[in-house]
Design a protein around this ligand. Structure first.
Ligand code: PNS
Length: 164
């Protein structure tokens, strides 16, 4: 049984994430989508909300499950018999950002990183851009599942009403 993780913040999950998760599910026996819940960054969605959206979005794959983690990703991998970390690469910027982390992670516990090129149609999609565009009322419907769009629109409205 070869288990991989797709780690990330998923604030919120996008169709770009789902492209990588689905392709990882075809490569490995089991894929755990591991949601980093470290409190350092301010997020639009709480960890429970991000997990719930991912669970719904990943329901179509029998060998994909969702989990949260705190602390080092390598510790999570060691504790859960994970042999590979799967990361999507949208372009050279992602590679520059990810390569040192891949080196660090393999040097910490030997866990390998597998890079999967993001499908071109999602190559410009990121959670942060989705949030920015949505916050100004732009149409992000092509880039997230419908139920994510609903939650995103509602959260943006709440923040606007609350002055945040
Ligand atoms: O979607 P993101 O924000 O790029 O996800 C980043 C995440 C959660 C994958 C990354 O920050 C992470 O692995 N955090 C866990 C802490 C850790 O292991 N840091 C050392 C990396 S070499």
């Amino acid at each position: 049984m070869r288990r991989a993780v797709c780690p990330g913040s998923f604030d919120p999950v996008t169709r770009g994430h789902l492209d990588i998760i689905g392709r990882a599910a075809a490569l490995f026996d089991e894929v755990v989508v591991a949601v980093g819940v470290n409190a350092s960054k301010r997020r639009l969605f709480e960890p429970e909300e991000r997990l719930a959206m991912l669970e719904q979005a990943c329901a179509e794959w029998d060998n994909v499950r969702v989990d949260g983690f705190t602390g080092l990703l390598t510790d999570y991998c060691a504790e859960n018999d994970v042999v590979a970390i799967v990361k999507g690469l949208r372009g050279p910027g992602d590679f520059e950002y990810e390569l040192p982390m891949a080196h660090m992670n393999v040097s910490l516990t030997g866990v390998e990183t597998v890079f999967v090129p993001t499908s071109p149609q999602w190559s410009f999609v990121s959670s942060s851009l989705i949030k920015e565009v949505a916050s100004f009322g732009g149409d992000v419907s092509p880039f997230v599942p419908g139920f994510v769009l609903e939650r995103l629109t509602a959260r943006v409205e709440e923040r606007r009403a609350g002055g945040a």
